[in-house]
Write a protein that binds this ligand. Structure first.
Ligand SMILES: NC(=O)c1ccc[n+]([C@@H]2O[C@H](COP(=O)([O-])OP(=O)(O)OC[C@H]3O[C@@H](n4cnc5c(N)ncnc54)[C@H](OP(=O)(O)O)[C@@H]3O)[C@@H](O)[C@H]2O)c1
Length: 316
C-alpha cells in the first residue's frame, strides 16, 4: 500500500486555504457528496456554480446553504439534465456566458443501480448516458474556459469500476442484451474514469499541461444515491449497510473530490479515495487502481465512441 502523503488521517479540508476569487462548477449538489462539497467550498469563500436538473431542489439547496453560511455566499444555479444532451449543451453555453473563470469543474452527479434498462432522451442506456456521456459533453464544451483558467477537471468515479465486466461493452453499449443494473452502472463509472486518464494523455500529447484532470471516488458514503434510482432490494441492502462501519458520512465522501479540485501537486496518474477497508472508508489519499482502468486500446476506442455518440469533438 502507498504511504499517504497527507499523514495518518489522510487529506482533510483543513488543508484548503481561503478560496475567495476562485470558482468551482459542480454537477449534482442537491444532496450527498455534491451538497457537502459545495458547502465546504462556499464556507472557504469560493464561488460555486451548481448544475442541477431540478430547479425547486436547487432553490431549497441554496436556501439551506444560506441559512448555514449567511446570505453573502456567492452561489449560482444553472439548470442541467445530464440525461438530455441538448440540456447539457444549453447549460454549458450558459456557464460560458456567465462564468469567466473556472478553477475546477467537478463532475459529481450520477444515478446508480437502475433496476431495468431505461433510456435517456437521446436513447442511451440511462447510467451510461447520464454519468458518462452527459459529463463527456459538459467537459468538452467547458474545456476552452477551463484551459484559459489553467483549471482542473475532476471526475467522481466509483469502486464499481472494478466490478461487473471491467471493460467497455463496445458491441452493446446500451445493454440491449442481458441488462444488469450493476453491470451497466459499473461500466458507466469505468468509462468516466478511463476518459480522465485518456484526457491526460491527449493533453500531454498536445502540450496542454496547464489543465489538470483527476479521477477520484467517495468510497461508501451515506447519500441519496440508491434511494433515488435503485431497486427496492438495493435500497434495503444499502439501508442496512448504512448502519455498519463499512460506510462513512456524505461529508467525508466529499473529501476526495475537494482534494482533487484544490490540493497542489497531486499526481494525475493516481486514483484518489478512502484508503481504509475495501477503499470504502478511511483516510483519503491515493490508492491502487487496477490496470483495466488504463487499458490504452479500450480508452482510445471509448473516446472515439463517446465523441461519435455525443457529436462533441474536443478541441485539443
Ligand atoms: N454514495 C456512495 O456510496 C457512492 C459510491 C460510489 C460512487 N459514488 C458516486 O458519488 C457521486 C455522488 O453521488 P451521491 O452518492 O452523493 O448521490 P446522491 O446523493 O444521489 O447525489 C446525486 C446528485 O446527482 C444529481 N443527478 C442525478 N441525475 C441527474 C441528472 N440527470 N442531471 C443532473 N443531475 C443529476 C442528483 O440530483 P436530484 O436531486 O435531482 O436527483 C443529486 O444532486 C456519484 O458520481 C456517484 O456515482 C457514490
Amino acid at each position: 500500500m502507498k504511504k499517504n502523503k497527507f499523514g495518518k488521517l489522510g487529506w482533510t479540508p483543513e488543508r484548503i486555504g481561503h478560496l475567495s476569487g476562485k470558482t468551482f462548477v459542480i454537477t449534482g449538489t442537491t444532496s450527498g457528496t455534491g451538497f457537502e462539497a459545495a458547502q465546504i467550498l462556499l464556507s472557504k469563500g469560493a464561488k460555486v456554480v451548481m448544475l442541477n436538473r431540478n430547479l425547486k431542489k436547487s432553490e431549497t439547496t441554496i436556501n439551506t446553504l444560506k441559512q448555514a453560511l449567511g446570505d453573502n455566499i456567492e452561489v449560482l444555479n444553472i439548470r442541467m439534465d445530464l440525461a438530455d444532451q441538448a440540456s447539457v449543451r444549453k447549460a454549458a453555453a450558459e456557464v460560458l456566458e456567465k462564468v469567466s473563470h473556472i478553477d475546477a469543474l467537478i463532475c459529481n452527479a450520477a444515478i446508480a443501480q437502475v433496476p431495468t434498462q431505461k433510456r435517456t432522451v437521446d436513447g442511451f442506456e440511462s447510467q451510461l448516458g447520464v454519468n458518462h456521456y452527459g459529463h463527456f459533453t459538459l467537459q468538452g464544451m467547458l474545456f476552452p474556459r477551463i484551459e484559459k483558467s489553467k483549471g482542473r477537471i475532476v471526475t467522481v468515479g466509483s469502486m464499481g469500476y472494478d466490478m461487473g465486466l471491467k471493460t467497455i461493452k463496445f458491441d452493446d453499449m446500451n445493454w440491449d442484451k442481458n441488462y444488469s443494473a450493476n453491470g451497466a452502472y459499473s461500466q458507466s463509472k469505468l468509462a468516466q474514469i478511463m476518459s480522465i486518464y485518456e484526457l491526460q494523455d491527449r493533453l500531454k500529447n498536445a502540450g496542454k499541461t496547464d489543465v489538470k484532470a483527476y479521477a477520484c471516488h467517495p468510497g461508501s458514503s451515506r447519500t441519496s444515491l440508491i434511494a433515488t434510482s435503485g431497486s427496492l432490494m438495493m435500497r434495503i441492502i444499502f439501508g442496512l449497510m448504512k448502519l455498519s462501519p463499512l460506510t462513512q458520512s456524505a461529508e467525508k465522501g466529499a473529501y476526495p473530490q475537494l482534494m482533487c479540485a484544490t490540493e497542489k501537486d497531486l499526481d494525475q496518474s493516481d486514483f484518489y479515495g478512502p484508503t481504509g477497508r475495501s477503499n470504502w472508508v478511511g483516510p483519503v489519499g491515493a490508492h491502487k487502481l487496477e490496470p483495466h482502468a488504463k487499458d490504452k486500446a479500450v480508452a482510445e476506442r471509448l473516446w472515439e465512441v463517446s465523441e461519435e455518440a455525443t457529436g462533441l469533438t474536443w478541441n485539443i
